[in-house]
Design a protein around this ligand. Structure first.
Ligand code: AMP
Length: 209
């Protein structure tokens, strides 16, 4: 079974790697950040509650995230496995996840802080198809436009400088303790996240074999 958690600081490339691996393994890529952003865009009650936390770079309250995750994990396509990107983000979430499912591996992506800031501030996203670009390392063919559908690329509100610092601090305080938690349970597999997406993908495959 491929029930895999992608753990690591914001900007480390979890989403990019999860999207690649999901295609290869034929299991869904479940990103709580994507699920929450979709709820915000659809103006659902949950989205309206979550938006302020997200724009500020803070964690959305555990109960709200758990609701949205539990619903997604219950869908048919997640039965044969899943790549969970962005959950859990604190110890309480890890404990709640254990009550819902067992896990096969936790990939822990590692990158120096200055490179995280570079990746986050250079990130641009297509609002239509969600493809992620980076001005420095993965620019679109036509400046400011999505390669796939030509939409105007946008910056996530929480990739602005004011929110980046908060997100990195929240990671250090609340999420990083999960590294030792999963090391103790024998699930942790470290992955060097430096270099190109292809280089990191090769390390991910190595870590899973
Ligand atoms: P991400 O796309 O993973 O960077 O998540 C974007 C934002 O969504 C985070 O900064 C949080 O505000 C919120 N979020 C995503 N996943 C979680 C989670 N597991 N717990 C709390 N908040 C979350």
């Amino acid at each position: 079974m491929h029930r895999i958690v992608f753990l690591g600081p914001p900007g480390v490339g979890k989403g990019t790697q999860a999207a690649t691996l999901a295609g290869e393994l034929g299991v869904p890529h479940l990103s709580t950040g994507d699920l929450l952003r979709a709820a915000v865009a659809a103006h659902t009650p949950l989205g309206q509650q979550a938006q302020g936390y997200m724009d500020a770079g803070r964690l959305v309250p555990d109960d709200l995230v758990l609701d949205i995750l539990r619903e997604r994990l219950a869908a048919d396509d997640a039965r044969a496995g899943f790549l969970l990107d962005g959950y859990p983000r604190n110890l309480a979430q890890a404990q709640r996840l254990e009550q819902i499912t067992s896990l096969d591996a936790v990939l822990a992506f590692e990158l120096p802080a200055h490179q995280l800031v570079e990746r986050l501030s250079g990130r641009r996203v297509c609002p239509t198809c969600q493809t992620v670009y980076n001005l420095a390392t993965r620019p679109p063919k036509v400046a400011g436009r999505c390669d796939r559908d030509g939409s105007e690329l946008v910056q996530r509100p929480d990739d602005r400088p004011e929110a980046i610092g908060t997100r990195l601090a929240v990671y250090a305080e609340q999420t990083a303790p999960l590294l030792s938690y999963y090391r103790k349970s024998g699930l942790l597999r470290p992955v060097d996240a430096s270099g190109t997406p292809d280089e990191v993908a090769a390390r991910v495959r190595g870590a899973l074999h």
